[in-house]
Write a protein that binds this ligand. Structure first.
Ligand code: 5GP
Length: 178
């Protein structure tokens, strides 16, 4: 797979150091609150797995699956819930764990939905932020790295379901898309 990469934007070492840093910050923030970390499938899986191991507090996890992109590289602007939570969020401190915020559509939709479901608080941590892609004015509460306006893969992010298992973040060679 490494041969398919045009460039590596963020190395495995940089990611792992950042996740430990975020884990320490979030442990302080959520100590004694038994937060519910909600991973947005499938992209958040590697970040979620690393982040919870970097948090030394009582917490619970659950997952949602939403579709906004399908198998394309541009957002359809629609959010569809493919799998909802198994947990009642009323009165809970919810922390969304995301791979990347691009247009902001997915998280704006989910954040509103969880306020309606009466969560005590709803916050967002994302490993990547692509601020230049934003169509809805929403910010994550904690961001790992900002990325430029390019289609990135790795550490959970796919191109047609491949490359999610790369331990780093990078950009594919143009010929891969042909
Ligand atoms: P948003 O609703 O913020 O536009 O989109 C969020 C979702 O779009 C992410 O969870 C991710 O699945 C997908 N996405 C956005 N930008 C990229 C990108 O550069 N690469 C990949 N592989 N997926 C992306």
């Amino acid at each position: 797979m490494k041969n398919d990469m045009e460039k590596i934007l963020i190395s495995e070492e940089e990611i792992q150091a950042k996740v430990k840093e975020l884990g320490a910050i979030l442990s302080k923030e959520y100590e004694g609150k038994n937060p519910l970390l909600v991973g947005v499938l499938k992209g958040a899986l590697p970040f979620m797995a690393d982040l919870i191991k970097a948090m030394d507090i009582y917490l619970e996890i659950d997952f949602m699956d939403v579709s906004s992109y399908g198998n394309e590289m541009v957002s359809s602007g629609e959010v569809k819930i493919l799998k909802d939570l198994d947990t009642n969020v009323e009165g809970r401190h919810v922390l969304f764990v995301e791979d990347i915020i691009d247009t902001g559509g997915t998280l704006a939709y989910l954040k509103d939905m969880f306020k309606y479901r009466k969560a005590a608080s709803v916050k967002i941590v994302t490993i990547l932020d692509k601020p230049t892609g934003r169509k809805i004015d929403i910010q994550a509460d904690w961001v790992g790295f900002e990325v430029p306006h390019e289609f990135v893969v790795g550490y959970g992010l796919d191109y047609i379901e491949n490359y999610r298992n790369l331990p780093y973040i990078g950009v594919l060679k143009p010929e891969i898309y042909q």
